[in-house]
Every structure is written in structure tokens, then in C-alpha cells.
Design a protein around this ligand. Structure first.
Ligand code: ADP
Ligand code: MG
Length: 710
């Protein structure tokens, strides 16, 4: 296609060249689909994600020529002005490099390094194929796919390591204060040793300063790790949601979005405080050991108190779990009510459904607030009980300590030191107990997200996809059976037909007979349950869905536009379209009459889902959107359903010219559009009941010779 040649993506081309040099073929659409491209081009920061999609691992590195590892070539060299090239070989003895420029993918050239130095800024991307197991290799659990969540946390393990080291030192420093106080009481006060006092005080002050610095560093690192993980996880989740197969589509938008958003509670759990608390836990042992060194009987109340706190927190867990699950389900339900009613507010009002919705909302809210209150109370009992236990332990230590002191087994300083250390020893335990009470919120959210993340996506289930950037337009259904996941009966059964490229076919049938379903199968939105849909003789399951859909101009029956301008909506499928192409598509679809009248012209806002426009205007835009990239296949689902007669007439004439040489399948109830077709397929209850040249089928229909499926 002309317009696609104009649009050149150097980094994607470089990736293609490297893949080819490793004898890996792939479809360019498949690597780019679902990535945040800038001006339709790959950027270095998303290169790794694109490479990963075709089984390559890549790493960006700052290397001067001398430091480049020749064993890792070919690699992508990033040049000035957002250009790049593939470095095949590097010869440092005679200072030459063998490179391939992306615009000349088939010819490598050897050039002196001096020619490159001016343009090469010192950054390159190493890109190597990951080892691929075939079916013979036994599956070992560890080699299974990376977990979406834990793998990201693992990627940040260096940061967490620093956090652990900081925590280690902080906890060691924590011993300093009690020891300081203990020595003041035992050595300084009895001897009036002011020199020692000053030395100790300066020492402890330095320790406290170090402690402050480390604490600040620790919070910085924890936040850094959390925000990095956050960005990565959010994009993984969104990629998954966008790539999800329609067959796995969740039943309710509102409850699905609320599940996706529950990621928040995982984040707040794994974020800041949590990690720190867990790291502190082992140091309980250190504090207890030091107390034991001062006087061993004092550790008994600490151990008993700590055990009680943990025991109580674990007891409360079961209740917490069921409460948080119930609350999560109820919030999902409430969210669906909200989403459904707001997006349908016009219908809600027209049919007086406000009361019903209000009562569903209120019931759910009451339930959520009750469960929330119960959960908060339960976790309050945990934190407050542990606080009480902490103080009680201190009192017991004081009592026991005083007896030991009278007995001469302990000094005054030892008592104060043990008292201070005991509260430090209990604190992490009660923090963990508090954490346990939050744990179930995160765990429930994790479970529902896990469920989303393990659903197959369109791209990953098709790892043997063939690249067919341009399709001719042959369409064949072979014994296709199809059933919607929620449905009881087949929506299509035993459908067989063959449409040659360039043929124009009308599909007729009663409501609910399966006409729209047929088009959804051609688009690859759903896969047949049995049988096959072949496009250009290739099973559609082997075609990359993005590539397939680029070749199809589809006007759906229910039209929904995207928030934005008229122009943005026309170019959705083809963001690089130039003004000429846009105008042409707009003219074909009959947009010009109302776009020209509007003060903002093509920049007029269409509103969310196109709500600011009339049904007919929306339909015209949908037609322009389908025609913009000159697809070889047109699937029109009642394209004139919302158009008036004169607009329909204009559309008919324009389509008659436009569709020459293109495959066109048009579902319609308007007899006037039948002039566009040479062949008619009649379908009833998911079965084809007539298929043939237009006149013959029309005659048969008139004479009532076309039966129904049952
Ligand atoms: P039409 O010929 O009117 O376009 P459709 O192809 O839309 O009919 O629908 C065919 C059958 O499939 C209908 O019985 C309908 O109830 C059912 N159906 C359509 N879409 C879905 C869906 N998303 N989930 C479940 N069943 C569906
Ligand atoms: Mg339909």
C-alpha cells in the first residue's frame, strides 16, 4: 500500500533484520500490536517489549565501539536524529564495521568506523533470541512462564537488596540507644565520669545521624522500587486486557474494571511499609539475645507476649478472608451498576429505571459499609491488642527486673536497657500482626487479577502466525459451528460457503439468525468451535489478528465512536493517513455535508462513544473509518440502517464504484442496497438456507421456495 511505504519505522525494521539473521520469521503487526508507539514508530524504550513478543531478549547498553561485545552481534546501533542501524560485525583491527541500514534491509555495507563516530551517541541495543523449547522438551515447573507479578518484583531485586542492607544496619544501630542508657546508669552516674559521658554522647549522636540517613535512603529505595514495579505492572495488565480474546470477555464491564482496579490494594500492600516490616522481623531474635545476655529470665514474657499476638492475628485471619472476599464481590457489583446506569442514563430516565438502580446501589453500599466496618474493627482489635500486650510485657519486665535487681542479679542500667529493648523486640511482631490483617485484601485482589492474567490473549495463542500484510480477499467457511460462551444453542451450525476475491455478496436473514456473528468470525474476533474460516486459503487462526483486521473494512451494526475529534475517529485504524486520504474517505461516507457546516469542521468533538452526534452521522463516520485504509475486504453490517433515503442512495452509488475489485459482504434489510450485490446468501437460525445468484435467490424468496432452518 502506498501510505504504508511512506510510513517508515526504523527500529522495527532493525528488529526485523536481526530476527531474519537468526532465521526467525514473524509478522510485523504482531510485534507492534498493543504497544504505545509514538507517531506509529517503535521507540528504544519499548523495543524490549516488541522483541519479547517474538521471543528475543534485548538490553540497551552504553558502549563505545571498543567495549562492544562482538559475540553478541548483530545489535542495533542508535544514531543521531532518531535513526538507527544494525551492526553486523565490528573489526577493531582495521577499524571498520559491517552495518545494514533499515531502509536498505537487503544490503550490508562495510564502512570505516570514523564514518559512524559522528552519528553514534554510544548507545546500542543487544538483541538475542531466547532459547525455544519444542514439544519434546519436558515441562519443568521452574521453566514455566514468568509470573506477571512476582517476576516484576524480582526484576527490582537489587533495589530490595539495598533496602534489606539498610534495614540490617538500622536494626544494628537500634541496639545503640539502650546500650547507651544502660552504660550511663551503670558506669557514668556512679563514678561521675563526665569524660565518658561526652564520648558516649557524641558516639550515640553519630550513630543516630547514620540512622537518620539510612532511614531516609530506605524509604527512597522502597518508593523507587514500588513506582518502577507499578509502571511495569500497570502496562502488563493493560496489555493483557486489550489483547484478551472476546470469547473470554468478562460478563460485566463494571465488575471487570473493578477487578482490574483492585490492583491498587496489591500496590499499597507491597508498597512502602510492608517490605520494611518483614525485614525487621528477624531482628527480634537479635534483641531477644541481647536481653538474654543482660538477664535471661526477662525474655520469657517477651516470647509469651509475641506468641500471643501472632496467635490472635492468625485466629482473626479466617474471618478476615471471608469478609474481604464478600466486600470485593459487592464492590464489583456496585461498580457494574454504576457503569451500566451512567452509560445508559438516557434509557434509565426514559424508562423510569432510577428507583430500581437506586435501590440496588443502596443495598450494595450498605453491605459494603457493614463489611468494611467489621473488617476495620477486626483489624483494630489486632493492633490494639498487640499494643496492650506490648505494654503488659514491659510491666512484667519491670516487675521481674526489680526482683532480680534486689536479688543483685542485675544492675539498674541493665533494667532500663532491657525495658527499652523489649519494646523494640515486640514492635516488629505487632507490625506483622497488623500486616496480616491487610493481607487478605491484597490476596483477594491478587486472586482475581491472577485469574485475568492467565486468560489467553489473541497473540500468544497463535505462535505460528504467518505474516500476510496484504490479503486478496478470498473467504471460505468450512463446516463452521459456533456457539457463544454464554449461549445454549449454536449461533452458526454447519455453515459452508466460498466467496472469491472481488465478489459482492448480500446476506439476508431474520433477526438473530447469525448474520453479525458470521462477520465477527471473519474478523477473527471469535474462533469457530469446529470447522474453519479461511481467508486467502489460510486458516484465520494462523493469521495475525491485527494484520487480518487491517485488511478488513468493518462497519458494525452497533456503532460506538471513541472520545475525540471527528478526524481522530476516522483515522483510528490508520493513524498515518494524510489529509487527502481523510477527505476521500469522508466524501465516500457522506460526512462532508455536516462536517463542512460545523464551525470546527473535522476537529469537531464527537463526545464519548459519539454521543454528541446523531445516529446517522455516527454511521457515516463508521463507514469512513472502515474505508480509510483501502481494505481489500468490506464487511458492512446494515450500513444504512440509520441513514435517510437520500444519504443511502448516495452511499450506494459511492460504494458501487469503490467496491470494484474488493470483496464485499453486506448484511442488509434494505432492498435498495441489494443492487450492490451479485449473489445472495440467506441464513436462518444459524444455517444457510439459500445461496446463489441474486435474481435466482430473489425469485425463490418471492415464490416462498426458501424454507426455514427448522
Ligand atoms: P443477526 O442475524 O441479527 O445479526 P446475530 O449474529 O447478532 O444475529 O446473533 C445470532 C445469535 O447469537 C442470536 O440468537 C443472539 O442471541 C446470539 N448472540 C449474539 N451475540 C451474542 C453474544 N455476545 N453472546 C451470546 N449470544 C449472542
Ligand atoms: Mg446483526
Amino acid at each position: 500500500m502506498e501510505s504504508q511505504k511512506e510510513h517508515f519505522d526504523p527500529l522495527a525494521e532493525c528488529l526485523a533484520i536481526i530476527a531474519l539473521s537468526h532465521h526467525r520469521e514473524f509478522s510485523k503487526e504482531s510485534i507492534l500490536s498493543g504497544l504505545p508507539l509514538i507517531n506509529g514508530c517503535l521507540t528504544p524504550s519499548v523495543f524490549a517489549r516488541a522483541a519479547k513478543k517474538i521471543g528475543f531478549s534485548s538490553k540497551m547498553a552504553n558502549r563505545q565501539f571498543e567495549a562492544i561485545n562482538p559475540n553478541l552481534l548483530p545489535a542495533v546501533l542508535l544514531l543521531a536524529d532518531k535513526q538507527c542501524c544494525v551492526l553486523n560485525k565490528l573489526n577493531l583491527t582495521d577499524n571498520t564495521a559491517e552495518i545494514i541500514f533499515p531502509d536498505l534491509p537487503n544490503s550490508s555495507q562495510v564502512i570505516p568506523l570514523t564514518e559512524l563516530t559522528g552519528r553514534y551517541a554510544g548507545q546500542l541495543i543487544y538483541c538475542r533470541p531466547e532459547f525455544q523449547f519444542d514439544k519434546r522438551a519436558p515441562i519443568i515447573r521452574n521453566l514455566k512462564e514468568r509470573h506477571w507479578f512476582w517476576s516484576v518484583i524480582k526484576d527490582n531485586r537489587r533495589l530490595y537488596r539495598d533496602v534489606v542492607i539498610a534495614a540490617l544496619v538500622i536494626n544494628l544501630l537500634a541496639v545503640a540507644m539502650p546500650l547507651y542508657v544502660m552504660n550511663i546508669y551503670d558506669r557514668v552516674v556512679p563514678n561521675h565520669a563526665t569524660d565518658t559521658l561526652w564520648v558516649l554522647s557524641v558516639g550515640i549522636l553519630l550513630a543516630l545521624l547514620a540512622d537518620l540517613a539510612l532511614r531516609l535512603m530506605r524509604s527512597w529505595f522502597v518508593d523507587l522500587a514500588a513506582s518502577r514495579a507499578d509502571v511495569q505492572l500497570s502496562s502488563t495488565i493493560m496489555e493483557k486486557v486489550m489483547g484478551m480474546k472476546l470469547i473470554n470477555r468478562p460478563d460485566s464491564t463494571g465488575s471487570f474494571t473493578s477487578n482490574v482496579q483492585s490492583f491498587e490494594s496489591i500496590r499499597s500492600f507491597t508498597g512502602s511499609l510492608t517490605v520494611v516490616t518483614l525485614v525487621d522481623l528477624p531482628f527480634v531474635l537479635l534483641f531477644i539475645t541481647i536481653i538474654a545476655l543482660i538477664s535471661w529470665p526477662l525474655i520469657i514474657p517477651i516470647i509469651l507476649g509475641g506468641a500471643f499476638i501472632i496467635f490472635y492475628a492468625l485466629m482473626a485471619q479466617q474471618k478476615m478472608k471471608s469478609l474481604s472476599e464478600a466486600s470485593m464481590r459487592a464492590s464489583a457489583m456496585r461498580n457494574s451498576t454504576l457503569v451500566e446506569s451512567i452509560s445508559n442514563i438516557e434509557n434509565v430516565k426514559s424508562f423510569n429505571a432510577e428507583n430500581h438502580i437506586q435501590s440496588v446501589w443502596e443495598k450494595a453500599t450498605i453491605f459494603i459499609s457493614r463489611t468494611g466496618a467489621k473488617m476495620r474493627f477486626l483489624s483494630a482489635t489486632i493492633t490494639n491488642t498487640s499494643m496492650f500486650v506490648q505494654h503488659a510485657v514491659s510491666i512484667v519486665i519491670m516487675v521481674v527486673g526489680v526482683y532480680l535487681l534486689i536479688d543483685g542479679q542485675m544492675t539498674q542500667g541493665g533494667l532500663i536497657g532491657a525495658y527499652m529493648l523489649s519494646s523494640r523486640a515486640i514492635a516488629p511482631i505487632s507490625q506483622v500482626a497488623g500486616l496480616l490483617s491487610q493481607y487478605h485484601n491484597a490476596a483477594t485482589a491478587m486472586k482475581s487479577l491472577d485469574e485475568i492474567m492467565t486468560r489467553p490473549t489473541e497473540n500468544e495463542s497463535k505462535n505460528n502466525q504467518i505474516s500476510r500484510p496484504v490479503l486478496k480477499g478470498d473467504i471460505e467457511f468450512r463446516q463452521v459451528n459456533f456457539k457463544y460462551p454464554a449461549a445454549e444453542t449454536l449461533a452458526l451450525s454447519g455453515v459452508n460457503f466460498k466467496i472469491k476475491a472481488g465478489e459482492h455478496v448480500a446476506i439476508l436473514g431474520k433477526n438473530g439468525s447469525g448474520k453479525s456473528t458470521l462477520e465477527r468470525l471473519i474478523l477473527g474476533l471469535y474462533d469457530p468451535e469446529s470447522g474453519a474460516v479461511l481467508i486467502d486459503g489460510i486458516d484465520s487462526r494462523q493469521l495475525n489478528p491485527t494484520e487480518l483486521r487491517r485488511n478488513i473494512g468493518y462497519v458494525p451494526q452497533d456503532i460506538s465512536l471513541f472520545f475525540g475529534t471527528l478526524k481522530e475517529n476516522i483515522i483510528t485504524a490508520h493513524p498515518q493517513a494524510n489529509d487527502d486520504e481523510i477527505l476521500k474517505a469522508a466524501e465516500l461516507a457522506g460526512i462532508l455535508p455536516f462536517a463542512n457546516k460545523h464551525p470546527a469542521g473535522f476537529n469537531m468533538q464527537v463526545g464519548e462513544s459519539g454521543k454528541l452526534l446523531s445516529g446517522g452521522q455516527r454511521q457515516s463516520i463508521a463507514i469512513a473509518r472502515a474505508l480509510i485504509n483501502q481494505p481489500s475486504i468490506l464487511l458492512l453490517d446494515e450500513p444504512s440502517g440509520a441513514l435517510d433515503h437520500s444519504s443511502e442512495e448516495v452511499l450506494k452509488q459511492k460504494l458501487a464504484q469503490y467496491s470494484v475489485g474488493k470483496t464485499m459482504i453486506i448484511v442488509t434489510h434494505r432492498s435498495s442496497l441489494l443492487t450492490l450485490a451479485e449473489r445472495i446468501i440467506v441464513i436462518d437460525a444459524g444455517k444457510i438456507v439459500a445461496d446463489g445468484p441474486k435474481e435466482m435467490v430473489l425469485d425463490a424468496l418471492r415464490q416462498g421456495r426458501v424454507g426455514s432452518a427448522n
